[in-house]
Each structure stands twice: as C-alpha cells, then as structure tokens.
Write a protein that binds this ligand. Structure first.
Ligand code: HEC
Ligand code: HEC
Length: 344
C-alpha cells in the first residue's frame, strides 16, 4: 500500500516554498534591460531623462509602483486600475473610471504608449512633463485622493520599498522626486512600435487590399491630425463633437473661448482595444467614431477647418476599419515587462 503521507509531504512543502518565494521576490524582467530604444521609424523622443537615467532597478520599481494600490488613500486603487495593459492601458468599457470610494472621474481614461514622445499630457494638455504627470492622479480626489507626504510615509514604512529605492537611487530614504523618477522611467519605456502598421513601415510585411486602401484614405483624411508614425501631432483640435462643448477642453488651460471643445489629438495606437472613445467615452465602437466623422460633425465656430468638408462612404469606412485594426501591437499589450509584477 502506498504511503500517501510520504508522497504528499514534499509536495505540500514545495507548494508552501513556492508561495513564500513568490511573495518575497519580484519576477525578473524578461530579456536584457536596454533602457529606451528609439524605434528606427520614430522621431527623437521629447523626454531625454536628464538626471533620471533609466536602470533596470528604477524601471522595475516604477512598474511595481504603477500597480501599487497603497499609493491611493484607501489602498484600493492603483494606476493600473484605470490603465489596463490588455486594453492598451486604457480602461476598457468605461466612459469614466472609478477612483477611490467609487467616485467617477470627469474624462475617459486614455490609452498609454510612447509617452516619451509626448510634449503634453491630458486631453487639455494641462501637464507638460512626464515626471510630474503622476501627481495629478495620485492627489485628485476623484482618482487616488492621496497626499504625496502620506504616500512617502507609507512607502518608507513598508517592508520592501526602502530596499527597492536604495537599489534604484542609492538611498533608502524615499523622496517625492525619486518616486516620480521611478514612475517616469516605467512610463517612458512603454514603447509600442510592433503593430502590423509598424511592420509595414519597416518593410517587414505587406497589407491586404482593404488595409492598403484604408491607409491611403487615412493619409488623405485623418493624418493631418493623427500624424504618422505616432498617430498624433499633439495639437489641440475641435473635431466637431458638440455645437457647444460642456467640457472646455484646451480652454480650461488657456481661458480662451476660441479653445473651447479643443482636445489633444489622441494617438490611435491599439485603438481597436481602447473603447469607448473620445474625451468623454461617448462612442462605444470604431464604427460609431467613423459615422461621426462621416456624417455627425457639428459645425461649431472652433471646428477644425479640414473636418468641415469631410465625407466618408460606407466602403471607405470599412477600409478605414481594416487599417485601424493594423494599429494593434500584440507584443505591447502582452509584454510581461509592463504587466503587474504580482500577477506574473
Ligand atoms: C481613477 C482612474 C485613474 C487612475 C487611478 C489613474 N489614471 Fe491616469 N488617467 C485617467 C484619466 C481619466 C485620464 C485623462 C484625464 C484628462 O485627460 O483630463 C488619465 C490620464 C493619464 C495620462 C495622460 C495620457 C495622455 O494621453 O495625455 C497618463 C500618462 C496617466 N494617466 C498616468 C497615470 C499614472 C502614472 C497613474 C498612477 C499614479 C494614473 N494615471 C492613475 C484615469 C486614471
Ligand atoms: C482636425 C483634426 C482631426 C482629424 C482630421 C481627424 N481627427 Fe480623429 N480626433 C481628433 C481629436 C481632437 C480627437 C479627440 C477628441 C476628444 O477627445 O474628444 C480625435 C479622436 C479620434 C478617435 C478616438 C480616439 C480615442 O482614443 O478616444 C478616433 C478613433 C479617431 N479620432 C479617428 C480618426 C479618423 C479615422 C480620422 C479620419 C477619418 C480622424 N480621426 C480625423 C482630431 C482629428
């Protein structure tokens, strides 16, 4: 007769050991850490890191912090709660995201990619540096609702963070600057440049006929704002959503009525996965977006002039949909170096 106890014991011990070691150690990054690699079809990035040279320890710390609910007031929300990797780091299916205590924010959570190329952040461009970007969500009462001083206290008293800051910045006394540096390292290295569209630009693939026709239409009708290859020119434009925009958009920053209803042109990278669309998440599908551009544009005084005469036939819409689906970067949305380290 088998002695089940004898067979089971090492297994049970093994499982305990595994659980224990998982809790203590972060999984290492896959591949060799190379810092920011500028894809060869991209322009030079805006963020040059300055004194914040990326290191493997700094990036890994930034990644851990990005998924750390401790950074919110009640310990329930992390950056990753509203920016989901599998959805291109947007908040899929939600027009507005929930912050602490289930409070809803005022704008749709955007996709995140290629942030090192961004001259400004937010739909109204209210933030102009990647290193200060996290202060807004960390402290906004509708998002993480926490104060920097309280975050620093929590991290300083934590069993692993002081060590991780020491490894990244040479000191275990945690400062707001090092917190922001680590998050900036993680965000700046979130590069998406491996979609079928990128492969086409790099001569590694060819498009189907509908994709090809979609790209031609896109270059004709869309790329003046959604400029290649980042698929945004980062300008603030009114794309005719409302006759009078309740959300002032860029005017919130400039206080100019002529900027009302102008929003930063969003990048369209991974767009098939980032629904709902626009600053308020009003469109649930890309077809609805194209119906808007085809026949829904409102002629507000601030409307971008090139949109006033835009028309799209049903076949053109289909071709554009084919092209837009080539913008999905499956490597990026599944890359374990950007995923929640607790879940690997
Ligand atoms: C409660 C949901 C929520 C949380 C939590 C959250 N964000 Fe966001 N994030 C948003 C929304 C909504 C916007 C768009 C705000 C706007 O445009 O006014 C945004 C915008 C951004 C942008 C600007 C992207 C662009 O296209 O300009 C970045 C970068 C960003 N968040 C990073 C972070 C980081 C880092 C954290 C954690 C420190 C974080 N977010 C936490 C919802 C959230
Ligand atoms: C005049 C500039 C301009 C042109 C031309 C333009 N767009 Fe846009 N687009 C914008 C702006 C600005 C927004 C963001 C509006 C908002 O957030 O409310 C936007 C948003 C979008 C979105 C939603 C993105 C998201 O993440 O929510 C999609 C999809 C889109 N445009 C596709 C297109 C397509 C396809 C065309 C061509 C048929 C096109 N756009 C032409 C300025 C433009």
């Amino acid at each position: 007769m088998l002695n089940t106890k004898r067979y089971l014991l090492p297994w049970v011990a093994g499982i305990f050991l595994l659980l224990f070691s998982c809790q203590r150690e972060e999984p290492p990054l896959s591949g060799t850490f190379k810092g920011l690699e500028v894809p060869k079809h991209f322009p030079e990035p805006v963020y040059r890191f300055g004194e914040n040279t990326p290191t493997e320890a700094g990036f890994s710390l930034g990644r851990k912090l990005f998924y750390e609910p401790l950074l919110s007031k009640d310990g329930s929300i992390s950056c990753g709660s509203c920016h989901h990797q599998e959805a291109g780091f947007s908040d899929p299916g939600k027009a507005f995201s929930e912050g602490v205590n289930g409070k809803l924010g005022l704008r749709n959570s955007p996709a995140m990619a290629n942030l090192a190329w961004f001259p400004s952040f937010m739909a109204d461009g209210g933030i102009n540096h990647i290193e200060v970007m996290p202060i807004a969500p960390l402290t906004d009462s509708l998002e993480m609702a926490e104060s920097l001083s309280s975050i620093l206290k929590k991290l300083q008293g934590h069993k692993t963070y002081p060590q991780l800051f020491e490894a990244a910045f040479g000191t275990d006394s945690i400062t707001d600057q090092n917190l922001l540096y680590a998050l900036a390292q993680f965000m700046a290295l979130m590069v998406s440049a491996n979609s079928k569209y990128d492969d086409l630009l790099n001569g590694k693939t060819t498009f189907s006929l509908p994709e090809e026709r979609g790209l031609t239409l896109f270059r004709e009708k869309c790329a003046s704002c959604h400029q290649e290859p980042l698929l945004t020119d980062f300008s603030f434009r009114n794309n005719g959503l409302d006759l009078y925009s309740e959300d002032p958009g860029r005017a919130r920053i400039t206080l100019q009525e002529s900027d009302r209803g102008k929003f930063k042109v969003p990048s369209l990278r991974n767009i098939a996965f980032t629904a709902p669309y626009m600053h308020d998440g009003r469109f649930n599908t890309l077809s609805e977006v194209l119906d808007h551009y085809g026949e829904g544009i409102k002629s507000t005084p601030n409307l971008a002039p090139e949109l006033a005469a835009l028309t799209l036939s049903e076949t053109e819409k289909q071709d554009l949909l084919h092209f837009l689906s080539t913008l999905t970067d499956y490597k990026y949305i599944t890359d374990t170096n950007f995923s929640n380290p607790q879940k690997n």
